[in-house]
Design a protein around this ligand. Structure first.
Ligand code: HEC
Length: 164
């Protein structure tokens, strides 16, 4: 029986095919891993600093930003613990969050839930109710701002609010 020579030259086709396959996969991954930072308001945008400020209560909804926020909210898995209707699952539903919290509080809670749970009385009250500490989410400022815009949009629709 002929011995298989491990060094024998192999056809390049399987390698090429698997490269093609991998690049296809990477292409899909890119879409799934879509980030709002790809939008026009990336951190290097000249207005990035202004964008990060709390929006004025009567500021019109930035629809593009709200869309980015919605996608990020879903991609990041917030929905696993926070629904957007009247039901609580692991954590509180975030319906009406723009009415019960200030933006700066939301921002701190999403960026650093661990230190909020240690230091902030509202976060501690929530922990007493929900019993599970919200884990740190690894999101950045711009994405947090975009998710807030998404909540503003939802809350305006849900509560028929003008000027919020
Ligand atoms: C593993 C579950 C889990 C995930 C994932 C999660 N959270 Fe939470 N979150 C909680 C829990 C539980 C609380 C209530 C406070 C506590 O017990 O830590 C909470 C509290 C909050 C609050 C305060 C709610 C209120 O009524 O004031 C906000 C805002 C929030 N989370 C936003 C987010 C966002 C945005 C994401 C995604 C980036 C996210 N959370 C991902 C579990 C989670």
């Amino acid at each position: 029986m002929a011995k298989l020579n491990p060094n024998s030259p192999r056809s390049p086709f399987p390698a090429i095919l698997s490269l093609l396959f991998l690049s296809l996969l990477a292409g899909c991954g890119e879409q799934e891993d879509w980030s709002p930072l790809d939008g026009p308001w990336d951190p290097n945008h000249p207005d990035a600093e202004a964008i990060l400020q709390a929006p004025a209560p009567d500021a019109p909804i930035d629809v593009e930003m709200a869309e980015a926020g919605e996608r990020w909210y879903r991609v990041r898995g917030c929905l696993a613990c926070h629904r957007l209707d009247d039901e609580d699952v692991v954590g509180p539903s975030l319906k009406g969050i723009t009415l019960r919290r200030e933006y700066d509080w939301y921002r701190a809670m999403v960026l650093r839930p661990d230190s909020m749970l240690q230091n902030d009385p509202i976060a501690q009250e929530l922990l007493e109710i929900y019993r599970i500490p919200m884990p740190r989410q690894g999101v950045d400022d711009l994405r947090v701002r975009a998710m807030w815009e998404f909540h503003r949009q939802l809350d305006r629709e849900a509560f028929s609010l003008e000027g919020r």
